[in-house]
Ligand binder design. Structure first.
Ligand code: IMP
Ligand code: MG
Length: 173
C-alpha cells in the first residue's frame, strides 16, 4: 500500500541548500585534500550531489552500519556491516550522513574514526532532528533542521522505499 507523502523541502530547495553547503566546505578546506566518508545507504544521494559541487580535491569512501533503532534504551555499540576500503589515518575526513536523529550512530562512528587517527574529523548532515537527541554529537554542517516527524526521500527510506524521491517528504501514516 502506498503511503501519502507530503513535500517538506522541494527538489529545488534541496539542490540549492546542497550547493551552499558545498561552497562553505570548499572555502573551509581550501588548499586541502578532503576525504568524504558516506554512511550507507541513506547518505549516498547527498554525498554524490555534495561532492559534485566541491571545488577542492576529494576522495570518497563508504561504510555501512546497523543502528539499533529508537526502541533501544542503551547507547550500545552499533555494528559495522561494511567497513571503509581505505584507512583514515592522517586525512582530513568529513563524514556525510542523511539524518542525525538520536545521535547514537554518529557518536559511535565519530569516536571510532577518531581512534583510527584521522587528522581532522567533521560531520555534515543533510537533515537534523535536534529535539530527538539522546547521544551528544557535534554537527559541523547541517542542510535543514526538521521536526520530530518521519521523513523520506533523497536517500531516506520508509521500509526501504522512497530513497529515490528527489525531494524530502513527510510520511503521513
Ligand atoms: P540515529 O538515531 O541518529 O542513530 O539515526 C540512525 C538512522 O536512523 C539514520 O541514519 C537514518 O538512517 C535513520 N532515521 C532516523 N530518522 C529517520 C527518518 O525520519 N526517516 C528515515 N530514516 C531515519
Ligand atoms: Mg543514515
Amino acid at each position: 500500500m502506498a503511503e501519502k507523502i507530503s513535500v517538506l523541502f522541494s527538489e529545488e530547495e534541496v539542490a540549492k541548500r546542497i550547493a551552499e553547503l558545498a561552497a562553505a566546505i570548499s572555502a573551509e578546506y581550501e588548499g586541502k585534500y578532503l576525504h568524504l566518508v558516506c554512511v550507507l545507504k541513506g547518505g549516498v544521494f547527498f554525498m554524490t550531489e555534495l561532492s559534485k559541487h566541491l571545488t577542492i580535491p576529494c576522495s570518497l569512501d563508504f561504510m555501512s552500519v546497523s543502528s539499533y533503532g529508537n526502541a533501544m534504551k542503551s547507547s550500545g555499540q552499533i555494528e559495522i556491516l561494511k567497513d571503509l576500503d581505505e584507512p583514515v589515518e592522517g586525512r582530513d575526513v568529513l563524514v556525510v550522513e542523511d539524518i542525525i536523529d538520536s545521535g547514537r550512530t554518529l557518536s559511535y562512528l565519530l569516536e571510532m574514526l577518531k581512534g583510527r587517527g584521522a587528522k581532522s574529523l567533521k560531520l555534515c548532515t543533510l537533515l537534523d532532528k535536534p529535539e530527538c537527541r539522546i547521544a551528544e554529537v557535534h554537527v559541523d554542517y547541517t542542510g535543514f533542521r526538521v521536526p520530530d516527524k518521519f521523513v523520506v526521500g533523497y536517500g531516506l527510506d520508509y521500509q526501504q522505499k522512497y530513497r529515490n524521491l528527489p525531494f524530502i517528504g513527510v510520511v503521513e501514516l
